[in-house]
Design a binder for this molecule. Structure first.
Ligand code: NAD
Ligand code: TDX
Length: 367
């Protein structure tokens, strides 16, 4: 039996992880610590909020006192650290919050864990798992080999630089103090509960609303897509069976160019709307309502500054050492994500409040 502290558990991947963990390990206790920034959403945890094994704490990972008290009170032996500022575009327009949460926040957690776990009242065993990104490795050309765990770090946005910094801190706390850490660097996630500022949910929401689908640059940038349920299963393997002090790259073996993804999403949405009166009534501004294809909304916009061209993960270590294989094929995963968005309209409608719309409007009017 373990007592977990899950930071950022009200965010996209964190919430999926909490659902997964409570289902798979009903004897464990899960305490979520989340600051509920614009990206945090307690509605994503509604299904588990009444479970006795679950506790939600509204707070900041930079609050050293709070983190130490939680580690003590809840006898936490495992930290799974998701909390971060995670959107590259926001890191370009305002890097400060990224430095604070991603670097200072990770340092604060590491210090609290060191004090609690390497002191006199240490638990029998402990683990600090840090969730990171493939973006720390920089950008690839078409012929370059995929990122492996030994690829040199070359972050290129304030977001990826802050994540790289946090990865180095985690590594140093193992090397210097003997804290039992592990890190996973994964590729682009998609699936339920993703905030509609990221490519896939943004395109779905806009296509349903009949709004422009903004594709940066020429749309040729490539990402390696991983369904979030595969990701949380991979994290579970690393937390329980991964070697201490080691890094594991988790990927979906699904490299796709942005424009192809947007076109595939459009085709899926057109299929769903064809002769479907219920959907046409629910989404009267969708292009299908006026007999147009969703693709008619695609709008090429100014590129993201410093836009990394290609990411790809070499996931052979996960496969060879931990027996991990992604279970989702990308097209099936996209279809199930659209189905989830259609079945959970209340969830994303609640997010599309004024402040969020303002941010999107400002962001895109600058391009
Ligand atoms: P998200 O933006 O959806 O959620 C982040 C969560 O962290 C939110 O609930 C937010 O309220 C919380 N948070 C932010 N600052 C906090 C603070 N100071 N204290 C406490 N909580 C705070 O992010 P996500 O997409 O779920 O990503 C989770 C982690 O996975 C991040 O560390 C991210 O870097 C990493 N990652 C994400 C992806 C992806 O494709 N989404 C890919 C690779 C790695
Ligand atoms: O409106 C858009 N139009 C567009 O063309 C948006 C939001 C994105 N894009 C492009 C930029 C990227 O090439 O789509 C690609 C994916 O963009 P994002 O969804 O913003 O993800 P990315 O920048 O690749 O970063 C994501 O994956 C790695 C997560 O946001 C990070 O948290 C994670 O570490």
């Amino acid at each position: 039996m373990s007592n977990l502290l899950v930071t950022g558990g009200a965010g996209f991947i964190g919430a999926n992880f909490v659902h997964y963990w409570l289902r798979k390990y009903p004897d464990d206790r899960v305490v979520v610590l989340d600051a509920l920034t614009y990206a945090g959403n307690q509605a994503s945890l509604a299904a588990v909020s009444q479970e006795p094994a679950f506790r939600f704490v509204h707070g900041d990972i930079c609050d050293a006192r709070l983190v130490t008290d939680l580690l003590q009170q809840e006898q936490i032996d495992t930290i799974v650290h998701f909390a971060a500022e995670s959107h590259v575009d926001r890191s370009i327009s305002g890097p400060g919050a990224f430095i604070q949460t991603n670097i200072v926040g990770t340092y604060t957690l590491l210090e609290a864990a060191r004090g609690q776990w390497l002191g006199d009242s240490a638990p029998a065993s402990h683990r600090f798992h840090h969730v990171s990104t493939d973006e720390v490795y920089g950008s690839l050309n078409l012929d370059d080999p995929a990122f492996s765990e030994t690829t040199a770090y070359a972050p290129s946005s304030p977001y990826s630089a802050s994540k790289a910094s946090s990865d180095h801190l985690v590594r140093a706390y193992n090397h210097t103090y003997g804290l039992q850490v592990s890190t996973s660097n994964c590729s682009n996630n998609y699936g339920p509960y993703q905030f509609p500022e990221k490519l896939i949910p943004l395109m779905i929401v806009n296509a349903l609303a009949g709004e422009a689908l903004p594709v940066y640059g020429d749309g040729s940038n490539i990402r390696d897509w991983l369904h979030v349920e595969d990701h949380v299963r991979g994290i579970d393997l690393v937390v329980r069976e991964g070697s201490v002090g080691e890094t594991y790259n988790i990927g979906g073996n699904e490299e796709h160019a942005n424009l192809d993804i947007v076109r595939t999403l459009c085709a899926c949405i057109d299929d769903l709307f064809e002769n479907n009166d219920e959907l046409l009534k629910r989404f009267p501004n969708a292009p299908a309502s006026s007999g147009k294809p969703a693709e008619s909304l695609i709008t090429m916009v100014q590129d993201r500054p410093g836009h990394d061209w290609r990411y790809a993960i070499d996931a052979s270590r996960m496969r060879d050492e931990l027996g991990f294989e992604p279970s989702y094929n990308f097209e099936t995963g996209l279809r199930s994500t659209i189905d989830w968005m259609l079945a959970n309209e209340d969830w994303w409608r609640a997010i599309l409040d004024e402040s969020y719309r303002d941010w999107i409007d400002n962001n895109y009017s600058k391009r």
